[in-house]
Design a protein around this ligand. Structure first.
Ligand code: E4P
Length: 217
């Protein structure tokens, strides 16, 4: 399973990238706004900076909701850097635009996916990635990981090439369960990635080893 970081914060992207385990980045308008980025040029520059930091796919989301606008925006985003993936919402015009991007060799990430049916449509349109939001599914008292399992099983049965990108990750356990469910990628906040490091027996064991090492010096 590949690891993407789900943020537009440059310090967090650098910290995850420095670990050597980062395969890509996802952003969305909320994550970009959180960084205080304002205006067209600043937005484009920020995506460029991220692409220069991480050698992997960087999802940049369109703001429009109608076909022609999505295509225009997507073409401009894709021109920023070869690693840009155009992130398109799961709406009727979004599906049409994903098909257009797919026919024109521009990679896409179909976002705001909450069901297997939506994931089938995204794959049929030729999306490179599909992003089921598992944390938000959990928030509405459904099981987000179960949706991942269902999509993975359908994609395998049907031979769809779209990669399952588990999004809206809220905890290290989500990452473990998505790996178990066969997700191709998990896009995670830095805290969930770092949470994978934690185990009290590691801390206790290391303390013992360090104490014993000291006693031998
Ligand atoms: C990433 O592609 C999604 O936009 C993101 O994971 C959504 O996460 P949230 O539900 O924590 O906002």
């Amino acid at each position: 399973m590949k690891f993407f970081i789900d943020t537009a914060n440059l310090a967090q992207i650098k910290e995850a990238n420095d670990l050597g385990i980062l395969d890509g980045v996802t952003t969305n308008p909320s994550l970009m706004a959180k960084e205080g980025i304002k205006g067209h040029d600043a937005i484009m520059q920020h995506y460029k900076t991220i692409c220069e930091m991480v050698d992997g796919p960087v999802s940049a989301e369109v703001f429009g909701t109608e076909f022609a606008g999505i295509v225009e925006e997507g073409k401009k985003l894709a021109a920023i850097h070869k690693n840009i993936v155009v992130k398109v919402p799961m709406i009727k015009d979004g599906i049409k635009a994903i098909k257009w991007f797919s026919d024109n060799g521009i990679p896409t990430n179909c976002t705001l996916v909450f069901s297997a049916g939506q994931a089938i449509l995204a794959a049929k349109a030729g999306a490179t990635y599909v992003s089921p939001f598992i944390g938000r599914i959990d928030d509405s008292s459904w099981d987000g990981v179960q949706v991942i399992e269902q999509i993975v099983s359908i994609y395998n049965a049907q031979g769809f090439m779209t990669e399952v990108l588990a999004a809206s990750i809220r905890s290290p356990l989500h990452i473990v369960r998505c790996a178990e469910a066969g997700a191709d990628i998990c896009t995670c906040p830095l805290s969930s990635i770092l949470g994978l490091l934690k185990h009290p027996l590691t801390d206790l064991g290391l303390k013992q080893f360090l104490d014993d090492a000291k006693s031998m010096q």
